[in-house]
Design a protein around this ligand. Structure first.
Ligand code: NAD
Ligand code: UDX
Length: 466
């Protein structure tokens, strides 16, 4: 029997685990070990209670765990046994020091390089999958070389990940493309061929090979473009509201232009998630570093627009509710940054809730997947000195959140909110009853007929004024 090809993944997060799961699903002759420094996270991956919700992931884990997919806290063994090592650790925005709030914290990336160098007794292919500033691959190489054991060499490839949360498994099984960056040397080209073989289920035409720095910059560019589309449509939403146009009609009207395309034209409360803002800052900081002033200003505007969109939503709430929400029960439906995930990182719901807490509102929050602990931790992080217990409750169904509330805020596009029985909902609320739809979920006309006061981002004045 053929010995399985041993690979390893450093970082058992939203990217590392789904990626390894699908690689194992598609390659019966690969053995993958996922290593993480976080022992609790590894224990959770080995248990019945996985660390986060991602559709279809649990099924693959159950099928492959302890057969070809392993979870480990043993760095030396995981690294030394593997021929190819994926780096999937976090690359968050720096929070202190020079470049705080903008630059990328490369601590975790560098720690993986030092671990790999320390424990590798044979040659390895290193696959940089984390999203990094351009040229990080050459820094990785420097650290690896400077610390390598005698006669051990490393070939570095860049292989950014484009999956989105909530559809990670679908995206990995059927990616639009796979990007692989490497040097123009014989050994690098050989390594590229090995990595291509791992993506055996992806059509050759969809594999884009580039140099290392292009590959790194492709990732930042893709996220910058996607985030820019969201900010662009949100900017038009504001114009639509004051002119009597409807942003959703506009999205359809422009989206059918094949040069523009229909996706990522959903106006709402702005983008959230761990990637868009972080990667925009990564790009902006890189441009600042090279003193590209106009480029910096250009991309900064995407973030400014996103912040503005959240604040504008809150202003609409205050305006409609006579600038008085102190002590009023407000129902917050949805806290995750998008549907089908338990992830709340950089969710617009955090910032919108925080504004309302500062206005004295009593929030009753319901999300189908985000946990109470996560929600309270996110909110407490913004107001460390406020006793949240007085103002925030997290409930386990929409009904409890809505009951006796003055207003409903829809902050995540979960499917179950589309199915709300509006007539029944109206009956159990205080009057006037408001719905503020941040995700274009509710049928506004129907809600108005029932008696609700409504606001929905980017829809005509005629619905939004009383
Ligand atoms: P995550 O925070 O979920 O996971 C990162 C993991 O790395 C953590 O569990 C952490 O404990 C671990 N870690 C830190 N140092 C380590 C070390 N030295 N060795 C082993 N493990 C270590 O992060 P994520 O969301 O999976 O993102 C990982 C990378 O992928 C980031 O660069 C991100 O920008 C990029 N990315 C994320 C997404 C996404 O949707 N989340 C999509 C594409 C790319
Ligand atoms: C993103 C990229 O899509 C993915 O390719 C990359 O690998 C990681 O970053 P993710 O952040 O998981 O993925 O989710 P995505 O679907 O891109 O949504 C990001 C945010 O934008 C969400 O808050 C979503 O609600 C918002 N969004 C998206 C809109 O407001 N309107 C849209 O039309 C699309």
């Amino acid at each position: 029997e053929k010995k399985p090809y041993p690979i390893c993944c450093l970082g058992a997060g939203y990217v590392g685990v789904p990626t390894m799961a699908v690689i194992c699903e598609k390659n019966p002759d690969i053995k993958a070990t996922v290593f993480d420094v976080d022992e609790k996270r590894i224990a959770a991956w080995k248990s019945e209670n996985l660390p986060f919700y991602e559709p279809d992931l649990e099924d693959i884990i159950k099928a492959k765990r302890d057969k070809s997919l392993f979870f480990s806290t043993d760095a030396e063994k995981s690294i030394n046994e593997a021929d190819l090592i994926y780096i999937c650790v976090g690359t968050p925005t720096k929070t202190t020091g020079i470049g705080a709030g903008m630059g990328t914290n490369l601590t975790y990336i560098e720690s993986t390089a030092r671990m790999i160098a320390k424990y590798s007794k044979t040659n390895k292919i290193i696959v940089e999958k984390s999203t990094v500033p351009v040229q990080t691959s050459s820094y990785l190489e420097k650290v690896l070389k400077a610390n390598a054991q005698p006669n051990v060499t490393f070939e570095i490839l860049s292989n950014p990940e484009f999956m989105a949360e909530g559809s990670a498994i679908r995206d990995l099984r059927k990616p639009d493309r796979v990007v692989i960056g490497g040097k123009d040397t014989e050994s690098a080209q050989k390594a590229i061929e090995i990595l291509k073989k791992i993506y055996c289920w992806v059509d050759d035409k969809q594999i884009v090979t580039t140099n290392l720095f292009s590959s790194e910059l492709i990732k930042l560019t893709a996220n910058a473009f996607l985030a820019q589309r969201v900010s662009s449509i949100n900017a038009i939403a504001e114009v639509a509201e004051v002119t009597g146009a409807n942003v959703h009609e506009i999205a359809r009207g422009i989206g059918l232009d094949s040069r523009i395309g229909p996706k990522f034209l959903g106006a709402g409360i702005g983008f959230g998630g761990s990637c868009f803002q972080k990667d925009l800052f990564n790009l902006i900081y890189l441009c600042e570093w090279f003193n590209l002033k106009e480029v910096v200003a250009y991309w900064k505007q995407v973030v400014i627009m996103n912040d503005h969109q959240r604040k504008r939503f809150v202003m609409k709430i205050l305006n409609k509710m006579f600038n008085n929400i102190t002590s009023k029960k407000i129902s917050v439906l949805g806290f995750a940054f998008k549907k089908d995930t338990s992830d709340t990182r950089e969710s617009p719901a955090i910032y919108i809730s925080d504004y309302l807490i500062k206005e004295g509102a009593h929030l009753s929050i319901y999300d189908p997947k985000a946990t109470k602990e996560t929600i309270l931790r996110d909110l407490q992080a913004l107001t460390p000195n406020v006793n949240l217990e007085k103002q925030v409750t997290v409930v386990s169904n929409a009904q409890d959140s809505i009951k006796e509330s003055h207003a409903i805020l829809i902050l995540t596009d979960w499917d179950e909110f589309k199915e709300l029985n509006l007539a029944e909902t109206y009956k159990i609320m205080e009057k006037p009853a408001y719905i503020f739809d941040g995700r274009n979920v509710i049928d506004q006309k129907e809600a108005r007929k029932i008696g609700f006061e409504t606001y929905s981002v980017g829809t005509p004045l005629i619905y939004n004024s009383d």
